[in-house]
Write a protein that binds this ligand. Structure first.
Ligand code: NAP
Length: 307
């Protein structure tokens, strides 16, 4: 099969279109023909070697954990699915090696859910990692009807979903983004504010009593504003900065594969209640360039690769 792969840690320059042996399903995994895969920042962090000590890499390594596709071969004992089923998955495994930016991928059934009819493969592939992160963060932070939430990086892959899930929960959302994304944030149901020096003043103007929840999806010091913007008794959650837990008594979240959560997200998207923002869809051969774009840090929503 063809795949984007790397043989050593490094920049996007180590990525190359390679011919690799077809993967095979294991005892509790299925073989999936990839219809679409989406890219996440963790893919390039892993490729640069930053996950060493957390999760091992086996070369040649194919990046990618997000996939939507069709099952072409069952595992030894995988009664959850049949050949021909259309699925989506946050196909994270115990090692970084056989990823989803490929024509074929082995997918553990514990990471997969059925793709609802009416949800495109591209939109389905854009959901798993970012959608699960958003859902699990909004839930763990305790966002609920009537609460006021500040979301840092509301226009990104994770932020776009978290903004909508918080609005669906009945919360009022203020989201940070650059000016060019403010109309987009309004379309998701949020009140936009620019990040940078004016953030604290602008956010205070919108929520003078302080925020009930602050969700950080960008890092880079976003939590420095917590003392000024969180109301007494409010909660903080971050997916990039352990200080949310260690300094502010909130939550530091590492997304987990969860088929029930994934099915919920897929149904919300199929019903049109959760908008999937796909910034671009590229061919396998353009995946390295797409990673370069992602590394720029200003993609709105998700980038998708269609082998
Ligand atoms: N712990 C976990 O389980 C977990 C899971 C998923 C992701 N992550 C991490 O979380 C981060 C975000 O992931 P992602 O997929 O959402 O990334 P992403 O899609 O690449 O985020 C891009 C977005 O970030 C916004 N942005 C850039 N700088 C900003 C700033 N200083 N303040 C506010 N917004 C800013 C951009 O908006 P503008 O263009 O308007 O600037 C853009 O919309 C990454 O570091 C990723 O590795 C962790």
């Amino acid at each position: 099969m063809k795949a984007i792969a790397y043989d050593r840690f490094g920049s996007s320059d180590v990525l190359a279109l390679q011919e690799l042996p077809d993967p095979h399903p294991g005892s509790d995994s299925v073989l999936v023909q990839v219809k679409a895969a989406s890219l996440n920042p963790v893919d390039y962090k892993a490729r640069e070697g930053y996950l060493q000590g957390v999760i091992d890499t086996v070369f040649p390594a194919v990046p990618g954990w997000d996939v939507a596709g069709v099952i072409v071969k069952a595992g030894l004992d995988t009664p959850e699915f049949e050949v021909g089923d259309e699925i989506l998955a946050y196909a994270r495994k115990d090692v970084i090696s056989g990823g989803t930016v490929a024509e074929l991928v082995e997918v553990p059934v514990r990471t997969a859910a059925r793709k609802p009819e009416g949800l495109s493969f591209e939109d389905a592939a854009a959901l798993p990692l970012a959608g699960l992160t958003a859902l699990q963060t909004v839930r763990r932070a305790g966002v609920s009807a009537g609460s006021t939430v500040l979301i840092h990086a509301a226009a990104g892959g994770v932020g776009s979903y978290a903004t909508q899930l918080a609005v669906l929960a009945g919360a009022r959302v203020v989201g940070t983004a650059s000016e060019g994304n403010h109309e987009y944030l309004r379309s998701l149901g949020a009140e936009p504010v620019a990040y940078g020096d004016s953030l604290v003043e602008a956010a205070r103007g919108l929520a003078p009593e302080g925020f009930d929840h602050i969700l950080d999806f960008v890092g880079n010091g976003a939590l420095d504003t917590v003392p000024q913007l969180l109301r007494a008794g409010g909660t903080v959650a971050s997916i990039t900065d352990p200080a949310a837990r260690d300094e502010y008594g909130g939550h530091y979240i590492w997304v987990r594969p969860n088929p029930e959560d994934l099915a919920e997200l897929a149904q919300l998207a199929a019903d049109g209640r959760l908008k999937v923002e796909v910034a671009d869809v590229v061919e396998l051969a353009q995946a390295a360039d797409a990673y370069r774009t992602l590394e720029g840090g200003h993609v709105r929503g998700k980038l998708v690769v269609r082998p």
